[in-house]
Design a protein around this ligand. Structure first.
Ligand SMILES: [Zn+2]
Length: 171
């Protein structure tokens, strides 16, 4: 009988500890969660959302594609530098721009190989070489092997990822 009461007491104490420990640990988790998971990824995005237009944000941050023949620069022929709309890196010069007829700004070469990186993009069931800004990682467009010589490349870029700087305004 004495043993049964002792057992009963130990069960009660374990249950009451569990009753306190569970809410405590939940409370602790809630308190520690904001510290353990800082809003590292969301904050720059929030800033970018105010800096960029919705289309610029969609193209550069969500790998979007503007509809053909709708962008600012597909039929743009002024001399100057096309910079990354997000970080300002010099991406393409007007010298390398050519009329590909595809409805997007097309370049046969990047201004500097170091500022443009390519990586394979398999979205939409196609294997395409995606072009990204090497400095900030913004999505720019895709590169295809059907461009003019000497490079044979066509950098097909979204106007929404570019910011044009006319030649006479260049530093
Ligand atoms: Zn950039």
């Amino acid at each position: 009988m004495g043993l049964t009461i002792q057992k009963l007491f130990s069960v009660i104490s374990v249950t009451s500890v569990a009753k306190i420990a569970l809410p405590l640990s939940i409370l602790l988790c809630l308190l520690l969660y904001p510290l353990a998971m800082p809003n590292k990824t969301e904050k720059p995005n929030d800033e970018l959302r105010t800096k960029l237009t919705p289309e610029q944000f969609h193209v550069t941050q969500e790998k979007g594609t503007e509809p053909a023949f709708t962008g600012k620069y597909w039929n743009h022929h002024a001399a100057g530098m096309y910079r990354c709309v997000v970080c300002g890196a010099e991406l393409f010069t007007s010298d390398a721009k050519f009329d590909s007829g595809c409805g997007w700004p097309s370049f046969s070469a990047a201004a500097d190989d170091k500022v443009v990186a390519t990586q394979t993009d398999t979205s939409y069931g196609m294997a395409r070489d995606e072009i990204i800004c090497h400095k900030c990682g913004a999505h720019l467009g895709h590169v295809f092997p059907d461009g003019p010589q000497p490079t044979g490349l066509r950098y097909c870029v979204n106007s929404a990822s570019l910011d044009f700087e006319p030649k006479n305004e260049q530093k």
